[in-house]
Design a protein around this ligand. Structure first.
Ligand SMILES: Cc1ncc(C[n+]2csc(CCOP(=O)(O)OP(=O)(O)O)c2C)c(N)n1
Ligand SMILES: [Mg+2]
Length: 281
């Protein structure tokens, strides 16, 4: 008999570059989903994923769960549509750094404000990798690409600071290479009631290689409800250097009413349970 985790596999040929940390994120996601199913937090059919377009988005083909393979930059509005259609689902978006912080930036800010009960996982390899490595908002200054042969001039964005400013109620960062830790963080994020954001630091073996292997700078933290501490943690690293300290773990968690709780029609949908059992309450 196959295990819960085996049931999350598909038979598609995996076309990521050999050794890409996307394999590790896939493993973490399978572990997190199977643990949540086994703990009866949700059923296999209650999980719905949405992806963007990019290397990261191929995860859609490799996870045997329902969902929508979306458009570049539009993971969050699509995920929100799924959530509004059936608020009993555990909705998880897998997006790229280009996807989220460039093409989809406006959605990121508003997702924080709305606080719908769903999760965004960003595979942050600090490059538009599928389209051969152009600089994204989290690429370091000086990053030379075919499109920017003189090097990236602009300062990088710090998505953790932006998430804090946008009202995101769960903010975590992890290292793709640490599968166990990433799976634990993903479980916490999915269990969090409200919008959760997981920034996964991911090496790209082909393009922005200069910023790979920052593992030694990383240290694990756990911070809840302390905004000042969260801001200090966000400031520990500016996405521009190979020095400094990079906090990983839950950087901030707080609670405020979700979009579903504020919206009477959604309350009615939740009560109807339309074939799904709401196990969170
Ligand atoms: C609206 C739109 N703009 C641009 C593209 C071209 N495009 C497809 S994938 C991609 C890069 C994706 O980069 P990222 O989101 O960082 O994902 P990665 O490949 O690094 O995982 C781009 C620019 C597109 N498909 N749609
Ligand atoms: Mg990328």
């Amino acid at each position: 008999m196959s295990s819960t985790k085996d049931k999350l596999k598909t038979n598609y040929e995996i076309t990521w570059c050999p050794g890409c940390p996307d394999f590790m994120i896939l493993e973490s996601a399978k572990k997190a989903f199977s643990d949540l199913i086994e703990q009866k937090f949700c059923r296999h059919e209650d999980i719905s994923i949405v992806t963007g377009i990019g290397c990261h988005a191929k995860i859609f083909d490799y996870l045997n769960v329902s969902g929508i393979y979306g458009l570049h930059g539009r993971v969050l509005p699509t995920a929100l549509g799924v959530k509004l259609g059936n608020p009993n689902l555990s909705v998880v978006g897998f997006a790229g750094d280009g996807d989220t912080y460039a093409e989809g930036m406006e959605h990121f800010i508003h997702a924080g404000r709305y606080n719908a009960d769903m999760t965004l996982v960003v595979h942050d390899n600090r490059a538009f990798s599928l389209t051969t490595g152009q600089a994204t908002p989290t690429s370091q200054q000086g990053y030379k690409t075919k499109a920017e042969p003189l090097g990236e001039f602009n300062i990088p964005l710090n998505p953790i600071k932006l998430a804090l400013a946008s009202g995101v109620t769960f903010i975590a960062r992890c290292n793709a290479k640490n599968i166990e830790h990433t799976a634990e963080i993903l479980k916490k994020a999915i269990k969090h009631k409200g919008f959760s954001f997981v920034e996964i630091m991911q090496d790209c073996l082909i393009f922005n290689t200069e910023i790979n292997n920052l593992d030694k700078l990383m240290h694990e933290v756990e911070n809840k409800n302390d905004m000042k501490k969260a801001q200090e943690l966000a400031d520990e690293w500016n996405y521009n250097t190979k020095t400094g300290k990079i906090p990983v773990g839950v950087l901030y968690e707080t609670h405020r009413p979700t979009l579903e709780e504020e919206w009477p029609q959604l309350q009615n949908l939740l009560k109807k349970k339309i074939g799904w059992k709401d196990l969170k309450r």
